[in-house]
Design a protein around this ligand. Structure first.
Ligand code: CTP
Length: 436
Protein backbone atom coordinates (compact mmCIF):
# COMPACT_ATOMS: atom_id res chain seq x y z
CA UNK A 1 0.00 0.00 0.00
CA UNK A 2 1.31 3.50 -0.79
CA UNK A 3 0.26 6.27 1.58
CA UNK A 4 1.82 9.26 -0.17
CA UNK A 5 -1.51 11.02 -0.74
CA UNK A 6 -2.81 10.29 2.74
CA UNK A 7 0.37 11.56 4.37
CA UNK A 8 0.05 14.82 2.52
CA UNK A 9 -3.63 15.09 3.38
CA UNK A 10 -3.53 14.25 7.07
CA UNK A 11 -0.26 15.86 8.10
CA UNK A 12 -0.09 19.61 8.51
CA UNK A 13 1.75 21.47 5.75
CA UNK A 14 4.68 22.02 8.15
CA UNK A 15 4.88 18.37 9.20
CA UNK A 16 4.66 17.21 5.58
CA UNK A 17 7.54 19.49 4.59
CA UNK A 18 9.67 17.96 7.34
CA UNK A 19 8.74 14.42 6.32
CA UNK A 20 9.80 15.22 2.77
CA UNK A 21 13.10 16.78 3.86
CA UNK A 22 13.94 13.84 6.13
CA UNK A 23 13.24 11.43 3.25
CA UNK A 24 15.45 13.40 0.88
CA UNK A 25 18.34 13.80 3.33
CA UNK A 26 18.25 10.11 4.23
CA UNK A 27 18.31 9.20 0.52
CA UNK A 28 21.50 11.28 0.27
CA UNK A 29 22.96 9.24 3.14
CA UNK A 30 21.82 6.13 1.28
CA UNK A 31 19.90 4.80 4.31
CA UNK A 32 16.25 3.77 4.57
CA UNK A 33 14.17 6.01 6.82
CA UNK A 34 10.63 5.52 8.09
CA UNK A 35 7.88 7.50 9.73
CA UNK A 36 6.69 5.24 12.56
CA UNK A 37 4.28 4.89 15.47
CA UNK A 38 1.38 7.20 16.23
CA UNK A 39 1.62 9.30 13.07
CA UNK A 40 1.21 6.24 10.83
CA UNK A 41 -1.68 4.92 12.95
CA UNK A 42 -3.42 8.30 12.83
CA UNK A 43 -2.89 8.79 9.09
CA UNK A 44 -4.47 5.38 8.46
CA UNK A 45 -7.36 6.28 10.73
CA UNK A 46 -7.84 9.59 8.94
CA UNK A 47 -6.94 11.59 12.05
CA UNK A 48 -4.71 14.63 12.30
CA UNK A 49 -1.36 13.77 13.83
CA UNK A 50 1.30 16.10 15.20
CA UNK A 51 3.80 13.59 16.52
CA UNK A 52 6.71 12.86 14.17
CA UNK A 53 8.93 9.84 14.98
CA UNK A 54 11.53 8.73 12.45
CA UNK A 55 13.44 5.44 12.45
CA UNK A 56 16.43 4.86 10.20
CA UNK A 57 18.39 1.73 9.46
CA UNK A 58 21.45 3.99 9.48
CA UNK A 59 22.45 6.14 12.47
CA UNK A 60 19.53 8.08 13.97
CA UNK A 61 21.96 10.59 15.43
CA UNK A 62 23.76 11.16 12.13
CA UNK A 63 20.49 11.65 10.29
CA UNK A 64 19.28 14.07 12.95
CA UNK A 65 22.54 16.03 12.71
CA UNK A 66 22.16 16.26 8.95
CA UNK A 67 18.56 17.46 9.28
CA UNK A 68 19.55 20.00 11.94
CA UNK A 69 22.41 21.33 9.78
CA UNK A 70 20.11 21.69 6.81
CA UNK A 71 17.00 23.09 8.53
CA UNK A 72 18.37 24.67 11.73
CA UNK A 73 17.05 24.21 15.25
CA UNK A 74 18.60 22.34 18.16
CA UNK A 75 19.52 18.77 18.88
CA UNK A 76 19.77 16.62 22.02
CA UNK A 77 21.40 13.24 21.48
CA UNK A 78 21.37 10.02 23.56
CA UNK A 79 24.34 7.94 22.47
CA UNK A 80 23.36 4.93 24.55
CA UNK A 81 20.10 4.50 22.64
CA UNK A 82 21.25 5.95 19.30
CA UNK A 83 18.46 8.51 19.46
CA UNK A 84 18.18 12.26 19.00
CA UNK A 85 15.47 14.77 19.73
CA UNK A 86 15.33 17.66 17.32
CA UNK A 87 13.71 20.97 18.22
CA UNK A 88 13.05 22.62 14.83
CA UNK A 89 13.15 26.41 14.44
CA UNK A 90 9.86 27.76 15.80
CA UNK A 91 8.67 29.05 12.40
CA UNK A 92 9.20 25.61 10.85
CA UNK A 93 7.42 23.27 13.27
CA UNK A 94 6.25 23.70 16.84
CA UNK A 95 6.79 20.14 18.14
CA UNK A 96 9.97 18.22 18.89
CA UNK A 97 10.86 15.41 16.48
CA UNK A 98 12.42 12.04 17.43
CA UNK A 99 15.12 10.30 15.41
CA UNK A 100 15.81 6.68 16.27
CA UNK A 101 18.36 4.14 15.13
CA UNK A 102 16.39 0.97 14.33
CA UNK A 103 16.98 -1.38 17.28
CA UNK A 104 16.03 -4.46 19.24
CA UNK A 105 15.43 -4.17 22.95
CA UNK A 106 16.09 -6.69 25.69
CA UNK A 107 14.65 -5.97 29.14
CA UNK A 108 16.94 -7.49 31.83
CA UNK A 109 14.09 -7.39 34.36
CA UNK A 110 10.47 -6.20 34.35
CA UNK A 111 10.01 -2.43 34.14
CA UNK A 112 13.77 -1.84 33.81
CA UNK A 113 15.55 0.16 31.10
CA UNK A 114 16.18 -1.98 28.02
CA UNK A 115 19.54 -3.02 26.57
CA UNK A 116 19.49 -1.97 22.93
CA UNK A 117 21.27 -3.22 19.81
CA UNK A 118 21.04 -1.63 16.32
CA UNK A 119 18.89 -3.74 14.06
CA UNK A 120 16.37 -3.80 11.21
CA UNK A 121 13.10 -1.86 10.93
CA UNK A 122 11.16 -5.13 11.41
CA UNK A 123 12.90 -5.67 14.77
CA UNK A 124 12.34 -2.06 15.71
CA UNK A 125 8.62 -2.40 15.05
CA UNK A 126 8.51 -5.67 17.01
CA UNK A 127 9.84 -3.98 20.18
CA UNK A 128 6.79 -1.69 20.24
CA UNK A 129 3.66 -1.76 22.35
CA UNK A 130 0.75 -2.68 20.07
CA UNK A 131 0.30 -3.76 16.47
CA UNK A 132 -1.57 -0.53 15.70
CA UNK A 133 1.59 1.36 16.67
CA UNK A 134 3.99 -1.01 14.91
CA UNK A 135 3.64 0.19 11.34
CA UNK A 136 6.04 2.31 9.31
CA UNK A 137 5.95 4.38 6.14
CA UNK A 138 9.17 4.50 4.14
CA UNK A 139 10.30 7.99 3.18
CA UNK A 140 13.58 7.71 1.23
CA UNK A 141 13.42 7.77 -2.57
CA UNK A 142 12.21 5.96 -4.58
CA UNK A 143 10.14 4.27 -1.83
CA UNK A 144 8.36 7.35 -0.46
CA UNK A 145 4.95 6.41 0.95
CA UNK A 146 5.33 2.60 1.09
CA UNK A 147 3.57 1.10 4.11
CA UNK A 148 5.38 -1.55 6.13
CA UNK A 149 2.96 -3.54 8.27
CA UNK A 150 4.60 -6.82 9.32
CA UNK A 151 2.34 -7.35 12.39
CA UNK A 152 -1.01 -6.64 10.72
CA UNK A 153 -1.70 -3.32 12.38
CA UNK A 154 -4.05 -2.29 9.57
CA UNK A 155 -6.22 -5.33 10.28
CA UNK A 156 -6.41 -4.33 13.95
CA UNK A 157 -7.36 -0.80 12.94
CA UNK A 158 -10.17 -2.22 10.81
CA UNK A 159 -11.35 -4.48 13.62
CA UNK A 160 -10.86 -1.83 16.31
CA UNK A 161 -8.51 -4.06 18.28
CA UNK A 162 -5.58 -3.37 20.52
CA UNK A 163 -3.11 -6.21 20.73
CA UNK A 164 0.41 -6.69 21.97
CA UNK A 165 3.06 -8.20 19.72
CA UNK A 166 4.39 -10.77 22.18
CA UNK A 167 3.41 -12.21 25.57
CA UNK A 168 6.08 -10.34 27.57
CA UNK A 169 5.12 -6.90 26.30
CA UNK A 170 3.53 -5.71 29.58
CA UNK A 171 6.32 -7.32 31.64
CA UNK A 172 8.91 -5.39 29.64
CA UNK A 173 7.06 -2.17 30.11
CA UNK A 174 4.04 -2.07 32.45
CA UNK A 175 3.33 1.54 31.47
CA UNK A 176 1.80 -0.02 28.37
CA UNK A 177 -1.27 -0.76 30.48
CA UNK A 178 -1.89 2.99 30.74
CA UNK A 179 -1.23 3.33 27.03
CA UNK A 180 -3.73 0.57 26.28
CA UNK A 181 -6.37 2.43 28.30
CA UNK A 182 -5.58 5.67 26.47
CA UNK A 183 -5.88 4.17 22.99
CA UNK A 184 -8.97 2.14 23.90
CA UNK A 185 -10.66 5.25 25.30
CA UNK A 186 -9.49 7.62 22.60
CA UNK A 187 -10.22 5.40 19.61
CA UNK A 188 -13.10 3.33 21.00
CA UNK A 189 -11.07 0.13 20.51
CA UNK A 190 -11.00 -3.06 22.62
CA UNK A 191 -8.15 -5.19 23.88
CA UNK A 192 -8.02 -8.69 22.42
CA UNK A 193 -8.60 -11.55 24.84
CA UNK A 194 -4.91 -12.55 24.74
CA UNK A 195 -3.85 -8.97 25.45
CA UNK A 196 -6.27 -8.76 28.40
CA UNK A 197 -4.84 -11.99 29.87
CA UNK A 198 -1.25 -10.83 29.39
CA UNK A 199 -2.14 -7.58 31.14
CA UNK A 200 -3.65 -9.45 34.08
CA UNK A 201 -0.64 -11.75 34.34
CA UNK A 202 1.70 -8.79 34.35
CA UNK A 203 -0.17 -6.62 36.85
CA UNK A 204 2.22 -7.35 39.76
CA UNK A 205 4.98 -5.66 37.74
CA UNK A 206 3.24 -2.34 38.20
CA UNK A 207 4.67 -2.32 41.73
CA UNK A 208 8.16 -1.91 40.21
CA UNK A 209 7.30 1.36 38.49
CA UNK A 210 8.82 4.51 39.95
CA UNK A 211 6.49 7.22 41.24
CA UNK A 212 7.65 9.53 38.45
CA UNK A 213 6.79 7.03 35.72
CA UNK A 214 3.33 6.39 37.17
CA UNK A 215 2.65 10.11 37.49
CA UNK A 216 3.90 10.76 33.97
CA UNK A 217 1.54 8.12 32.54
CA UNK A 218 -1.38 9.43 34.59
CA UNK A 219 -0.69 12.95 33.38
CA UNK A 220 -0.61 11.82 29.77
CA UNK A 221 -3.94 10.13 30.28
CA UNK A 222 -5.46 13.10 32.12
CA UNK A 223 -4.33 15.37 29.27
CA UNK A 224 -6.61 13.48 26.86
CA UNK A 225 -9.87 15.08 25.85
CA UNK A 226 -12.10 12.60 27.72
CA UNK A 227 -10.01 10.87 30.37
CA UNK A 228 -12.71 9.43 32.64
CA UNK A 229 -13.57 6.38 30.47
CA UNK A 230 -9.83 5.64 30.34
CA UNK A 231 -9.62 5.76 34.13
CA UNK A 232 -12.65 3.45 34.25
CA UNK A 233 -10.77 0.93 32.13
CA UNK A 234 -7.74 1.07 34.43
CA UNK A 235 -10.04 0.44 37.35
CA UNK A 236 -11.78 -2.41 35.57
CA UNK A 237 -8.37 -3.99 34.92
CA UNK A 238 -7.49 -3.53 38.63
CA UNK A 239 -4.49 -1.42 37.72
CA UNK A 240 -4.96 1.06 40.57
CA UNK A 241 -4.76 -1.55 43.28
CA UNK A 242 -1.47 -2.84 41.87
CA UNK A 243 0.26 0.54 41.81
CA UNK A 244 2.72 1.78 44.42
CA UNK A 245 0.31 4.67 45.20
CA UNK A 246 -3.10 4.54 46.86
CA UNK A 247 -5.17 5.64 43.90
CA UNK A 248 -8.90 5.08 43.79
CA UNK A 249 -11.70 5.95 41.39
CA UNK A 250 -14.99 6.52 43.17
CA UNK A 251 -18.20 8.19 42.01
CA UNK A 252 -17.16 11.24 43.99
CA UNK A 253 -13.94 11.44 41.96
CA UNK A 254 -15.64 10.87 38.61
CA UNK A 255 -18.17 13.60 39.31
CA UNK A 256 -15.45 15.97 40.50
CA UNK A 257 -13.56 15.50 37.23
CA UNK A 258 -16.69 16.37 35.27
CA UNK A 259 -17.39 19.36 37.51
CA UNK A 260 -13.85 20.62 36.99
CA UNK A 261 -14.30 20.60 33.22
CA UNK A 262 -17.51 22.58 33.68
CA UNK A 263 -15.68 25.22 35.73
CA UNK A 264 -12.99 25.77 33.12
CA UNK A 265 -14.92 28.08 30.84
CA UNK A 266 -15.57 30.83 33.39
CA UNK A 267 -13.05 32.62 35.57
CA UNK A 268 -11.13 31.72 37.64
CA UNK A 269 -11.09 28.46 35.62
CA UNK A 270 -10.16 30.17 32.36
CA UNK A 271 -7.17 31.86 33.96
CA UNK A 272 -6.17 28.68 35.82
CA UNK A 273 -6.18 26.77 32.54
CA UNK A 274 -3.67 29.29 31.18
CA UNK A 275 -1.42 29.00 34.23
CA UNK A 276 -1.59 25.24 34.83
CA UNK A 277 -1.90 22.31 32.45
CA UNK A 278 -5.24 20.53 32.23
CA UNK A 279 -3.59 17.29 33.40
CA UNK A 280 -2.29 18.96 36.56
CA UNK A 281 -5.70 20.43 37.34
CA UNK A 282 -7.42 17.11 36.78
CA UNK A 283 -4.88 15.23 38.87
CA UNK A 284 -5.37 17.76 41.67
CA UNK A 285 -9.17 17.54 41.70
CA UNK A 286 -9.02 13.75 41.41
CA UNK A 287 -6.68 13.45 44.40
CA UNK A 288 -8.60 16.06 46.39
CA UNK A 289 -11.60 13.71 46.33
CA UNK A 290 -9.69 10.65 47.53
CA UNK A 291 -11.47 10.95 50.86
CA UNK A 292 -13.68 13.92 51.38
CA UNK A 293 -11.81 16.44 53.48
CA UNK A 294 -8.92 14.57 54.96
CA UNK A 295 -5.27 14.80 54.08
CA UNK A 296 -5.09 11.52 52.13
CA UNK A 297 -5.02 13.66 48.96
CA UNK A 298 -1.65 15.03 50.03
CA UNK A 299 -0.40 11.54 50.97
CA UNK A 300 -1.24 10.21 47.51
CA UNK A 301 0.40 13.25 45.93
CA UNK A 302 3.47 12.38 47.96
CA UNK A 303 3.39 8.78 46.77
CA UNK A 304 3.27 10.10 43.21
CA UNK A 305 6.22 12.40 43.90
CA UNK A 306 4.20 15.48 42.95
CA UNK A 307 5.92 18.86 43.34
CA UNK A 308 5.86 20.88 46.55
CA UNK A 309 3.80 23.56 44.75
CA UNK A 310 1.22 20.98 43.73
CA UNK A 311 0.92 19.66 47.29
CA UNK A 312 0.69 23.20 48.68
CA UNK A 313 -2.28 23.84 46.36
CA UNK A 314 -4.05 20.78 47.75
CA UNK A 315 -3.32 21.76 51.33
CA UNK A 316 -4.51 25.33 50.89
CA UNK A 317 -7.75 24.23 49.25
CA UNK A 318 -8.50 21.67 51.97
CA UNK A 319 -7.67 24.19 54.62
CA UNK A 320 -9.95 26.90 53.30
CA UNK A 321 -12.83 24.45 52.89
CA UNK A 322 -12.46 23.54 56.58
CA UNK A 323 -12.60 27.23 57.46
CA UNK A 324 -15.51 27.83 55.09
CA UNK A 325 -17.50 25.05 56.72
CA UNK A 326 -17.34 26.88 60.04
CA UNK A 327 -18.41 30.24 58.59
CA UNK A 328 -21.88 31.71 58.56
CA UNK A 329 -20.92 35.11 57.17
CA UNK A 330 -20.28 35.07 53.43
CA UNK A 331 -20.40 38.80 52.82
CA UNK A 332 -17.84 40.07 50.27
CA UNK A 333 -15.52 41.48 52.96
CA UNK A 334 -15.30 38.14 54.77
CA UNK A 335 -14.88 36.16 51.58
CA UNK A 336 -12.11 38.48 50.40
CA UNK A 337 -10.21 37.98 53.64
CA UNK A 338 -10.61 34.18 53.42
CA UNK A 339 -9.46 33.93 49.81
CA UNK A 340 -6.81 36.65 49.78
CA UNK A 341 -3.63 35.50 48.02
CA UNK A 342 -5.23 32.44 46.43
CA UNK A 343 -4.04 31.71 42.89
CA UNK A 344 -6.49 31.15 40.04
CA UNK A 345 -5.62 27.44 40.18
CA UNK A 346 -6.39 27.16 43.87
CA UNK A 347 -9.65 29.05 43.39
CA UNK A 348 -10.68 26.78 40.56
CA UNK A 349 -10.00 23.70 42.69
CA UNK A 350 -11.99 25.24 45.50
CA UNK A 351 -14.87 25.94 43.15
CA UNK A 352 -14.84 22.42 41.76
CA UNK A 353 -14.63 20.74 45.17
CA UNK A 354 -17.65 18.84 46.39
CA UNK A 355 -17.30 20.00 50.01
CA UNK A 356 -16.91 23.74 49.44
CA UNK A 357 -19.97 25.46 50.95
CA UNK A 358 -22.36 26.58 48.22
CA UNK A 359 -22.52 30.09 49.70
CA UNK A 360 -18.76 30.41 49.19
CA UNK A 361 -18.72 28.72 45.77
CA UNK A 362 -21.06 31.26 44.20
CA UNK A 363 -18.85 34.12 45.35
CA UNK A 364 -15.62 32.80 43.82
CA UNK A 365 -16.01 34.25 40.28
CA UNK A 366 -16.94 37.69 41.65
CA UNK A 367 -14.09 37.54 44.13
CA UNK A 368 -11.68 36.72 41.31
CA UNK A 369 -12.94 39.29 38.82
CA UNK A 370 -13.82 42.16 41.14
CA UNK A 371 -13.30 42.04 44.91
CA UNK A 372 -9.72 40.85 44.65
CA UNK A 373 -8.84 44.03 42.72
CA UNK A 374 -10.50 46.56 45.01
CA UNK A 375 -8.22 48.60 47.28
CA UNK A 376 -8.90 51.06 50.05
CA UNK A 377 -8.06 54.69 49.36
CA UNK A 378 -5.92 54.73 52.49
CA UNK A 379 -2.78 52.65 52.88
CA UNK A 380 0.11 52.32 55.31
CA UNK A 381 1.46 55.71 54.27
CA UNK A 382 -1.84 57.35 55.10
CA UNK A 383 -1.77 55.83 58.57
CA UNK A 384 1.82 56.96 59.08
CA UNK A 385 0.94 60.49 58.01
CA UNK A 386 -1.99 60.53 60.42
CA UNK A 387 0.49 59.55 63.12
CA UNK A 388 -0.53 55.95 63.88
CA UNK A 389 2.44 54.08 65.30
CA UNK A 390 3.51 51.31 62.84
CA UNK A 391 2.68 47.75 63.93
CA UNK A 392 0.16 44.92 63.42
CA UNK A 393 -2.60 47.45 64.01
CA UNK A 394 -2.04 48.80 60.47
CA UNK A 395 -3.20 45.51 58.97
CA UNK A 396 -6.14 45.31 61.33
CA UNK A 397 -7.36 48.80 60.47
CA UNK A 398 -6.85 48.43 56.72
CA UNK A 399 -8.46 44.96 56.66
CA UNK A 400 -11.55 46.23 58.42
CA UNK A 401 -11.67 49.28 56.14
CA UNK A 402 -11.47 47.07 53.07
CA UNK A 403 -14.13 44.70 54.40
CA UNK A 404 -16.48 47.63 55.04
CA UNK A 405 -15.79 49.01 51.56
CA UNK A 406 -16.46 45.63 49.91
CA UNK A 407 -19.62 45.26 51.95
CA UNK A 408 -20.85 48.48 50.36
CA UNK A 409 -20.82 50.62 53.47
CA UNK A 410 -19.40 53.76 51.83
CA UNK A 411 -21.00 55.80 49.13
CA UNK A 412 -18.12 58.25 48.78
CA UNK A 413 -14.42 58.69 49.49
CA UNK A 414 -15.38 61.08 52.27
CA UNK A 415 -17.40 58.33 53.98
CA UNK A 416 -14.43 55.99 53.66
CA UNK A 417 -12.17 58.59 55.20
CA UNK A 418 -14.60 59.12 58.06
CA UNK A 419 -14.68 55.40 58.71
CA UNK A 420 -10.88 55.33 58.78
CA UNK A 421 -10.86 57.93 61.54
CA UNK A 422 -13.45 55.89 63.46
CA UNK A 423 -11.40 52.71 63.09
CA UNK A 424 -8.24 54.42 64.31
CA UNK A 425 -10.13 55.63 67.33
CA UNK A 426 -11.73 52.22 67.96
CA UNK A 427 -8.81 49.93 67.23
CA UNK A 428 -5.73 51.96 67.76
CA UNK A 429 -6.07 55.13 69.86
CA UNK A 430 -3.24 54.03 72.15
CA UNK A 431 -1.07 53.61 69.05
CA UNK A 432 -1.45 57.16 67.93
CA UNK A 433 1.83 58.96 68.44
CA UNK A 434 0.11 62.05 69.79
CA UNK A 435 -2.08 59.90 72.12
CA UNK A 436 0.67 59.43 74.72
N1 CTP B 1 6.15 3.03 22.22
C1 CTP B 1 6.13 1.75 22.74
N2 CTP B 1 6.07 1.55 24.10
C2 CTP B 1 6.02 2.61 24.94
C3 CTP B 1 6.07 3.92 24.42
C4 CTP B 1 6.11 4.10 23.05
O1 CTP B 1 6.16 0.81 21.99
N3 CTP B 1 5.96 2.43 26.24
C5 CTP B 1 6.25 3.22 20.75
C6 CTP B 1 4.93 3.07 20.02
O2 CTP B 1 5.20 2.53 18.76
C7 CTP B 1 4.47 4.49 19.84
C8 CTP B 1 5.79 5.22 19.62
O3 CTP B 1 6.73 4.51 20.45
O4 CTP B 1 3.61 4.63 18.76
C9 CTP B 1 5.79 6.68 19.98
O5 CTP B 1 5.43 6.85 21.34
P1 CTP B 1 4.45 8.01 21.81
O6 CTP B 1 4.83 9.26 21.15
O7 CTP B 1 4.35 7.94 23.28
O8 CTP B 1 3.09 7.43 21.26
P2 CTP B 1 2.14 7.77 20.06
O9 CTP B 1 1.77 6.49 19.39
O10 CTP B 1 2.66 8.86 19.23
O11 CTP B 1 0.84 8.11 20.88
P3 CTP B 1 0.06 9.43 21.11
O12 CTP B 1 -0.83 9.51 19.93
O13 CTP B 1 -0.66 9.22 22.38
O14 CTP B 1 1.11 10.51 21.20
Amino acid sequence: MNLEDKIQFYLSEEAYAIVQSVGKLSSNLDKPVYLVGGAVRDILLGRQSVDLDFVTEGSGIKLAETVCQELGGELTTHDRFGTAVWTPPADLFSETVDFITARTEIYPSPASLPQVTPSSIQDDLFRRDFAINAMAVRLDQPHFGQLLDPYKGTLDLDQKKIQILHDQSFDDDPTRMFRAARYAGRLGFELTQATRSALQQSRPNLAHLSADRVRHELEKLLGERFPTPMLELLQQWQVFESLPANLTLTDLQRIALTRLDGCLSIDPGRTAAQNSSIEELRLAIWLLHTQLLDTSAVDVADELNCTADFKRDLERVLNVIQQGLKMDDFRPGTVEKLLRGFTATQLLLLQAHQATPAALKVQIPTYFNTWRLIKTTADGNTLRQIGVRPGPIYQKILDQLLADKLNGEFESDAAESERLTQLIDQLGPQNKKDAS
